[in-house]
Design a protein around this ligand. Structure first.
Ligand code: HEC
Ligand code: HEC
Ligand code: HEC
Ligand code: HEC
Ligand code: HEC
Ligand code: HEC
Ligand code: HEC
Length: 392
């Protein structure tokens, strides 16, 4: 691999040019951490027929995850404990609100409250004179780093400016929004989203909400379910049931992403986690891109030089996130170890374990109370600007 200098410098050049020519727009992180920019089209249809968030199959083509469980019981039981399965919930079912049924946040002259009463989560903000309030509809996020709340107000979805952060164990100003109190109560209350924004938010955290090309909240299957990744399953189920009854096997009629080439698999997960293509299109920059894992990973030498490392090298999408960092060593050592037959990478001169603690630093996201793992795998030098866009 070390000999492959030509390919390496060409790729670096290409990346540097891509980065240099995407204009540096000042951008509220609010729009990046949680909010998409208006006008972003859903991921385009893929030549392979199905792609996450693609949205063309009719609602009737989806079965829901409990049908998959009939034949894939183990995968289903594991998946049910993953964060992706719980990427959205009715607000009143939030584990955080159930544990803290009366929460208060002070922000300048504003006082925020979220109260769980008789099966309803009520959100209110007062400036001492006036009070605005609305029942919360959705809790977004299982809470790896946080949970945000969405309500319906004056005919549109709005995101509450108070969100829950498990590392603080309390409410704080939602990530991406300036901590300083805004001038008006209405601005302090929530962040309105237009129709495109609401569609984007919900379509990344759920399944089938866009079907037959139409966004309909009544179509939704909550969470990132089997069919959010594998595509609508009714035809597969019918075909497998026929096989069980003795019909000849004519094909599985469902996507197994393991069969995708590595760059396709990156943009497959990137349909929600944000691929390089989406990051360039949305003109996202600097530290704000730290949690766009596919994009960050593709900046690493590991990706550039192997074109093999993908999300599933380290994560099982059917299981909860592994929080024991030593568990990731095997993935690194599958390339960076002399003892491996498929040796393709250098061996670390410094340590033999806990690789990600040094090479995938946690970076603090601007305007947020939390840090996330930087998937740009690298040698971190002192003064390393976490999230630098000019790694080379
Ligand atoms: C009636 C039983 C049954 C049900 C219900 C079922 N499957 Fe399967 N599934 C199978 C069998 C059997 C195979 C193995 C067939 C093969 O070798 O391709 C399979 C294979 C798969 C594969 C791998 C396909 C490949 O080409 O490698 C995926 C992905 C999959 N199922 C997902 C799902 C999802 C998602 C659901 C729910 C929408 C589901 N299955 C429901 C029986 C079922
Ligand atoms: C339909 C959108 C969507 C797709 C496609 C998707 N993800 Fe996710 N993923 C999410 C969302 C939303 C979360 C946040 C879940 C939460 O914590 O609320 C998430 C969280 C995760 C997490 C952290 C927590 C967990 O659930 O384990 C990992 C790891 C992950 N995704 C890996 C993947 C991989 C690997 C792929 C591709 C095989 C993938 N994702 C495809 C939407 C998606
Ligand atoms: C392009 C797809 C996409 C859109 C649009 C999107 N999200 Fe997410 N969201 C994700 C993914 C993927 C994650 C997993 C972690 C990460 O990369 O930040 C996530 C994580 C989160 C988390 C943290 C989850 C946790 O377990 O800590 C919250 C809260 C959240 N999103 C809320 C929202 C809200 C509210 C909106 C709309 C206002 C929104 N998201 C729009 C894909 C999306
Ligand atoms: C976040 C995306 C994602 C979700 C959600 C998801 N899968 Fe998968 N699934 C994958 C990927 C990626 C692979 C290939 C993994 C591999 O080979 O390492 C896969 C492989 C499979 C396979 C074939 C390989 C095997 O392990 O047998 C089956 C069957 C399957 N998934 C069923 C399901 C079912 C059932 C659900 C819901 C309970 C589900 N998947 C949810 C991404 C997902
Ligand atoms: C699919 C194979 C593969 C995997 C998996 C992989 N790498 Fe790499 N990595 C490479 C290749 C190839 C290079 C290029 C240099 C070389 O040959 O070592 C590289 C380069 C590096 C470098 C040097 C970066 C630089 O800027 O000089 C570090 C550090 C590194 N990897 C750490 C890791 C860690 C830590 C993990 C696990 C979290 C990991 N790699 C997983 C293939 C891989
Ligand atoms: C080389 C190993 C490796 C690869 C490849 C990898 N991840 Fe991760 N990922 C990690 C580690 C380590 C963590 C931190 C786990 C923890 O803190 O508990 C993590 C955390 C996450 C999280 C949780 C939030 C955060 O950032 O802290 C998400 C979401 C995620 N990864 C998605 C992805 C996606 C999508 C891909 C594919 C582009 C991917 N990962 C590829 C090692 C990897
Ligand atoms: C305590 C922090 C630390 C841990 C843990 C660690 N590394 Fe490193 N690693 C470094 C530093 C610092 C360098 C740069 C050394 C230098 O340039 O002199 C480095 C260099 C590397 C390189 C580049 C080697 C080269 O010749 O260019 C690779 C590849 C690498 N590490 C992989 C790994 C893997 C795989 C693991 C886990 C088995 C790991 N590292 C664990 C700190 C660490």
């Amino acid at each position: 691999m070390r000999g492959n200098v030509g390919a390496r410098s060409w790729l670096k050049w290409l990346l540097a040019v891509t980065v240099a020519f995407s204009p540096a727009l000042p951008r509220l992180c609010a729009q990046m951490v949680m909010r998409p920019q208006s006008g972003i089209a859903p991921a385009p249809a893929h030549p392979k027929g199905w792609w996450p968030r693609e949205g063309s199959p009719p609602r009737s083509a989806y079965t829901g995850p409990t049908v998959c469980a009939e034949c894939h019981r183990t995968i289903y039981e594991e998946w049910k404990t993953s964060q992706m399965a719980h990427a959205i919930k009715p607000a009143a079912e939030s584990k955080f609100l159930i544990a803290h049924p009366n929460m208060v946040l002070k922000r300048g002259r504003y006082i925020y409250k979220i109260e769980l009463r008789q099966g309803q989560a009520l959100y209110s903000v007062t400036d001492g004179q006036r009070t605005l309030s609305a029942p919360l509809v959705w809790a977004f996020g299982d809470g790896v780093v946080g949970q945000a709340f969405v309500f319906f107000f004056h005919g549109a979805y709005e995101e509450a400016e108070a969100a829950f952060y498990p590392n603080l164990d309390r409410l704080a100003v939602v990530a991406g929004v300036n901590r300083a109190p805004p001038p008006s109560l209405v601005e302090a209350f929530g962040i309105p989203s237009d129709a495109v924004g609401a569609r984007e938010c919900v379509s990344c955290h759920t399944t089938a909400v866009v079907s037959g090309g139409q966004f309909r909240i009544s179509s939704v299957i909550l969470g990132v379910t089997c069919e959010a990744c594998h595509g609508p399953g009714a035809r597969h189920v019918a075909a497998m049931q026929a096989v069980q009854r003795g019909a000849p096997f004519e094909g599985s009629f469902i996507l197994n992403p393991a069969k995708l080439a590595a760059p396709d698999l990156e943009s497959f997960c990137g349909a929600c986690h944000r691929s390089t293509e989406l990051v360039v299109r949305e003109r996202l920059h600097g530290l704000d891109t730290v949690h766009y894992e596919p994009y960050r990973l593709e900046m690493s030498e590991c990706w550039i030089m192997s074109q093999k490392i993908t999300c599933i090298t380290c994560h099982d999408p059917h299981k909860p996130l592994a929080s024991n960092l030593t568990a990731y060593d095997a993935a690194c050592l599958s390339c960076h170890s002399h003892s491996e037959a498929g040796f393709s990478g250098e061996v670390c001169p410094v340590a033999t374990r806990d690789c990600v603690t040094c090479h995938m630093p946690k970076c603090h996201l601007p305007l947020s109370p939390f840090s996330m793992s930087d998937h740009f795998i690298r040698i971190v030098r002192s003064g390393d600007p976490c999230g630098s866009l000019h790694p080379f």
